[in-house]
Design a protein around this ligand. Structure first.
Ligand SMILES: Nc1ncnc2c1ncn2[C@@H]1O[C@H](COP(=O)(O)OP(=O)(O)OP(=O)(O)O)[C@@H](O)[C@H]1O
Ligand SMILES: [Mg+2]
Length: 234
């Protein structure tokens, strides 16, 4: 059963009118029925679970009013796919959301384990829920792998696939890596960009540094040069 517009609006959380309309339209197209509970409130976005029939999906809503769109612009303006993007709040936020949608699909196509992207419109992205029943998979920082060495090796395998298609996550850390049934799932591909971006190598270095630090704390022995060689070799 689909809610009518008024009913939908009052049941949604407090977003601006434009965002509520976008949510309503996505739900009218059956991407989800109803927002459920807030999973997280990040710097730029609010992430909700939402019902879609008997299943759950994730709805990520970039906040139009309180997004740091200047910071976003500094990231996205060097992405070859968004050259010439106007420095305009809404345009940047919409491009940011569209880019994350497209990044998720490209990464999935390359064989990475990422949530399947289902839809996007304006500042709202819908993707597959990673978890069991109602319980969302936890971030690896909150749910330590039983076998850190094995988890690390799985992570490296995925990084190789990302590098092979000339992309970099750009915001990788134990916050944006889920531990789902002892398998790494990469999330939050909003910073993910391509090789022609002048910051490509710098972002790879930063991502790897964050992971090296985290996995070392879990006791994994890491030979940085060997890992880089493995990931970067053509
Ligand atoms: N597909 C998903 N399945 C399950 N949980 C998810 C999914 N996507 C996001 N989450 C949860 O929501 C949180 C925030 O998502 P995400 O990292 O994409 O947004 P964010 O705005 O960058 O948040 P932050 O600014 O805190 O990093 C994640 O850390 C994770 O716990
Ligand atoms: Mg995040």
């Amino acid at each position: 059963m689909r809610p009518d517009r008024e009913e939908f609006r009052t049941r949604q959380h407090v977003f601006d009118q434009f965002t509520n309309r976008t949510l309503f339209e996505l739900s009218s197209h059956n991407h989800f029925n109803q927002l459920q509970s807030p999973l997280s409130t990040g710097k730029e976005s609010n992430v909700f679970t939402a019902e879609k029939g008997k299943k759950l999906v994730i709805v990520k809503i970039y906040r139009l009013q309180t997004c740091d769109f200047r910071r976003m612009y500094e990231y996205i303006r060097y992405d070859p796919r968004f050259m010439g993007l106007e420095n305009n709040r809404r345009k940047i936020i919409f491009a940011w959301c569209r880019r994350e949608y497209s990044n998720l699909l490209l990464a999935e196509e390359a064989g990475l384990t990422v949530p399947h992207a289902l839809a996007f419109q304006n500042n709202v992205l819908v993707e597959k829920f990673i978890g069991e029943k109602q319980e969302a998979a936890r971030k690896v920082k909150d749910h330590m792998p039983e076998d850190p060495e094995d988890f690390w090796q799985q992570t490296v395998k995925q990084l190789k696939k990302l590098r092979a298609i000339g992309m970099v996550h750009g915001d990788l850390s134990a916050f944006n890596l889920l531990n789902f049934q002892e398998k790494p799932v990469f999330i939050d591909l909003s910073h993910t960009t391509q090789e022609r971006n002048p910051r490509y190598n710098e972002l790879w270095e930063r991502d790897l540094h964050a992971l090296f630090t985290f996995f070392r704390k879990l006791g994994v022995k890491i030979d940085e040069e060997a890992v880089k060689k493995e990931i970067f070799k053509r």
